[in-house]
Design a protein around this ligand. Structure first.
Ligand SMILES: C[S@@+](CC[C@H](N)C(=O)[O-])C[C@H]1O[C@@H](n2cnc3c(N)ncnc32)[C@H](O)[C@@H]1O
Length: 199
C-alpha cells in the first residue's frame, strides 16, 4: 500500500497527522503557505488548527476548484482564506510565501507541470522559504517497494504523463531555482516528505 490514490479522500484523513507531525517543526517560523492541489483541504484544516500563526492558502487546479470550495463550505470553514484556482503551469498570484506545499501532486501532474511547480515555488518563496512535497517518490539507488511499483504502473497505464518522480530529477529542478534539498523524511506506507529550501 502506498500514498494517496487519485480521489482517495480517506488517505488524506489517514495521513494528515503523520504529515503534520513531520512538517510542523519546519513551519514554526513560517507566516504564509501556499498549498497546491489541495484536494478537499483535509491537510489545511488539520494544520490550520494547530499552527494558528500560519496563513495557509489552499489552491486547486481550476477543474477541481469548485469541489474544494464546496468542501470548505460543507465544513463551515471560515478561518481559511478562500481557495485560489491555480494551475501551477499558469500565472501564480503576485504574492511571496514562506512555504509551498503539495501532497500527492508530483506523480499526478505531467512533467511540464512539475517543472512549473518548482519554477513557481522558486520565484514565489521568500528567502529561505521551503518547498515541501509529500508522496511516493523514486529514490536513487533504491528499488520501489512493491506497492509503489504497482501504483506507478497503474498511473502510467492510465496516463503516460503521470508516474512517480525521481528525487534526483526533482533536485535538479530545485537547483535550477536556487533551492537545495534540506530533508528527505521517511513516512508511513513508503511515502516521503521532501523539503527544499530557497537560498
Ligand atoms: C491525488 S490528488 C491529491 C489531493 C490532496 N493534496 C491529497 O493529498 O489528498 C492530486 C491533485 O493534484 C492536482 N493537480 C494536478 N495537476 C495540477 C496542476 N497542473 N496544477 C494544480 N494542481 C494540479 C489535482 O487537481 C488533484 O487535486
Amino acid at each position: 500500500m502506498s500514498g494517496a490514490r487519485i480521489g482517495d479522500e480517506s488517505a488524506a484523513e489517514r495521513n494528515k497527522k503523520p504529515i503534520f507531525d513531520a512538517l510542523a517543526p519546519w513551519l514554526r517560523q513560517a507566516k504564509s503557505l501556499l498549498e497546491v492541489g489541495a484536494g478537499d483541504a483535509t491537510h489545511a484544516l488539520y494544520a490550520g488548527e494547530r499552527l494558528p500563526q500560519l496563513a495557509w492558502q489552499t489552491s486547486e487546479a481550476p477543474a477541481h476548484h469548485r469541489r474544494l470550495v464546496a468542501a470548505l463550505a460543507d465544513r463551515h470553514e471560515t478561518r481559511l482564506a478562500p481557495p485560489l484556482a491555480l494551475d501551477v503551469r499558469h500565472a501564480w498570484p503576485d504574492v511571496t510565501y514562506d512555504a509551498v506545499y503539495g501532497a500527492n501532486v508530483a506523480h499526478i501532474m505531467d512533467w511540464a507541470a512539475v517543472e512549473a511547480l518548482f519554477a513557481g515555488a522558486a520565484s514565489h518563496l521568500s528567502t529561505a522559504g521551503l518547498l515541501c512535497l509529500y508522496g511516493p517518490f523514486k529514490r536513487p539507488g533504491e528499488n520501489l517497494a512493491p506497492g509503489n511499483r504497482e501504483f506507478d504502473a497503474a498511473l502510467r497505464a492510465r496516463d503516460p504523463a503521470m508516474g512517480l518522480r525521481a528525487v534526483d530529477a526533482l533536485d535538479a529542478l530545485a537547483t535550477s531555482g536556487h533551492m537545495r534539498r534540506v530533508a528527505d523524511i521517511a513516512m508511513p506506507s513508503n511515502n516521503r516528505l521532501l523539503i527544499w529550501q530557497r537560498d
